[in-house]
Ligand binder design. Structure first.
Ligand code: 5GP
Length: 216
């Protein structure tokens, strides 16, 4: 083996181990945090409001944004879409990393919004159905969107996004979730329909108030 080949192998190994360490670090950070600070509630609800969706940990959110950016780097995405409120932070972090615009679907219809696209989304945590909206000015047939949200449960928000995308002619290139609750099967329906779904943490079960995570 020549010196040139040895240097090449070494640099490949270095960049691979650097990448692997970063991915592993982000995932480990998130999984450890869920196990440490997550709390489960009856009805299959995981409370992560001390670091994700009420009080927020910017360092963790920044790593989450980087991970979504890495995962979808080659997807052709030109816009990130999310739904208020808890999806906004991870979406904006990914958007900053990818230098892409971020649009959020609104849960209240502003009187001033023109060219409004609307759909209904049922929230099982709040047990109510929202009529949500997005301006057709910001979701168009030229858009290839990545939908980012904090949780994937039954997939109601994701299905609402699919409906809005259909109305506008936009293409969905993928879905990114911080936490997927696998046992509520929203992910199965999306994957079966052919969508790319990436979830940074997968909750396998919350039975008996014990948080069981994949790969933890
Ligand atoms: P889905 O639409 O997939 O049924 O539920 C996803 C939406 O409901 C997310 O936008 C999220 O805000 C909320 N959600 C679903 N499950 C949970 C949960 O276990 N904990 C929290 N905090 N929010 C959840």
């Amino acid at each position: 083996m020549t010196a040139k080949m040895i240097i090449m192998c070494f640099s490949y190994w270095l960049s691979f181990s650097y990448l692997y360490r970063n991915i592993y670090f982000t995932m480990k950070l998130l999984l450890d945090r869920i196990l440490q600070d997550g709390r489960c509630f009856p009805g299959g609800i995981l409370k992560v409001d001390s670091f994700i969706n009420h009080q927020m940990d910017p360092d963790l959110m920044c790593e989450i944004g980087k991970e979504f950016a890495r995962l979808f780097a080659e997807s052709g995405v030109n816009k990130i879409v999310t739904i208020e409120a808890s999806g906004i932070v991870p979406a904006i972090m990914a958007g900053a990393e990818m230098h892409l615009p971020v649009v959020f679907v609104k849960k209240k219809q502003p009187k001033t919004m023109e060219n409004m696209l609307v759909t209904n989304i049922h929230s099982f945590t709040k047990d109510r159905t929202y009529t949500v909206c997005i301006s057709a000015d910001f979701l168009t047939k030229d858009d290839k969107i990545l939908f980012i949200d904090d949780f994937l449960a039954f997939g109601n928000a994701a299905q609402g996004m699919i409906d809005l995308a259909k109305q506008s002619g936009a293409q969905i290139v993928g879905f990114g979730f911080i936490i997927e609750k696998v046992f509520q099967h929203g992910g199965d329906a999306l994957r079966d329909a052919g969508y790319r779904v990436e979830s940074l943490a997968k909750v396998l079960s919350l039975d008996d108030c014990e948080i069981k995570l994949e790969d933890a």
